[in-house]
Write a new protein. Structure first.
Length: 322
């Protein structure tokens, strides 16, 4: 290794850093869209006070998910020149589109079946969600169904279309689903709510840590991706190719991973988060294979509605513990 190589600076900006910087900026954009969604939700909550509880809930959820998450994602895509495919699934991809739309809901139902029959634990307990089985269908539609539809669309557009589309430009179509799922999963595991961020004084430190470690994680994925070697499925790295700036980012990313991991304190949290990550992964893969934003959006709508149906079915069967 030459002396110039050994004395590399801490600064980013070289050609080898393009992927890391791009993924880091993408993760920061996710947090920015979440902030926008929280601001939209606050405005909608103020505007919806005269409507009463069900009406205001529907307005807030719709505004936060559609104008906040989906609208923020589309606005960012337009700003960065990212072409999110808004058309129907490409020719020959309809079987994949169907499997993608149905898959996350099937995973939710299968998980609930296993949890109840094998372990005797209702999924509603793991989700910490309960519903009155005597509630009318109209009330359930207003307080559960429609908000879940809105949330599914918002998450589908932001996490399962914008992220993989940007990742596609940085790492290529073949690796984009894996990289995008890693970023979405880490964001989901952070102690932040994508549609309910509240930047009070008490949450400021938590938010700052999430931003720093989240961006470091995304950049770390880019660094490892560009420095990975081997064609037989193994991953090895040339330590001498990693600059000081790379090692510093990887150290921050590792701290973030440890922090996220220690936050998963119960088996229930692990199961629920794994369920969401699996749904995101299927939706991301479906978007790449079909090139249509409607596929991941419908997949996430089906998933969120499936969770509602499971919670309601367990309540009807007297399994939810209320």
């Amino acid at each position: 290794m030459s002396n110039s190589r050994r004395s590399a600076t801490w600064g980013f900006g070289g050609p080898e850093d393009t992927t890391a910087l791009g993924l880091g900026a993408l993760f920061a954009a996710l947090i920015a869209v979440s902030l926008w969604s929280a601001a939209v939700a606050s405005l909608a909550q103020f505007a919806g006070r005269p409507l009463g509880t069900p009406g205001s809930l529907l307005l807030v959820s719709g505004a936060a998910s559609l104008a906040g998450l989906a609208g923020g994602a589309l606005a960012y895509a337009r700003y960065r020149g990212i072409d999110i495919s808004l058309g129907r699934p490409r020719d020959g991809s309809w079987p994949v589109a169907t499997a993608t739309v149905v898959g996350p809901a099937a995973i939710a139902g299968g998980t609930a079946l296993v949890a109840n029959t094998v372990f005797g634990v209702p999924l509603s307990s793991l989700l910490n969600r309960f519903v009155n089985p005597e509630a009318s269908m109209s009330v359930l539609a207003w307080v559960m169904g429609l908000p879940s539809v809105f949330l599914g669309v918002g998450l589908g557009v932001l996490f399962c279309a914008l992220v993989p589309e940007r990742a596609r430009a940085l790492v290529g179509a073949e690796d984009a689903p894996v990289v995008a799922t890693l970023l979405v999963a880490f964001f989901w595991l952070l102690p932040m709510d994508a549609v309910g961020l509240r930047l009070s004084v008490g949450n400021a430190v938590e938010f700052t840590a999430s931003l720093v470690f989240g961006v470091a994680f995304a950049m770390g994925v880019g660094i490892l991706y560009r420095h990975a070697e081997g064609t037989d499925g193994s991953v090895t790295f040339d330590g001498e190719a990693l600059e000081r700036r790379h090692l510093a980012v990887l150290a921050l990313a590792l701290v973030g991973i440890v922090g996220v991991g220690t936050g998963l304190t119960t088996l229930g949290e692990i199961v629920v988060d794994a369920l969401w990550v699996a749904a995101f992964g299927l939706a991301v893969l479906g978007y790449e294979r079909t090139r249509s934003v409607w596929v991941p959006a419908l997949a996430m709508v089906g998933f969120t509605l499936a969770l509602d149906v499971v919670v309601y079915a367990e309540a009807l069967a007297g399994l939810s513990g209320i």
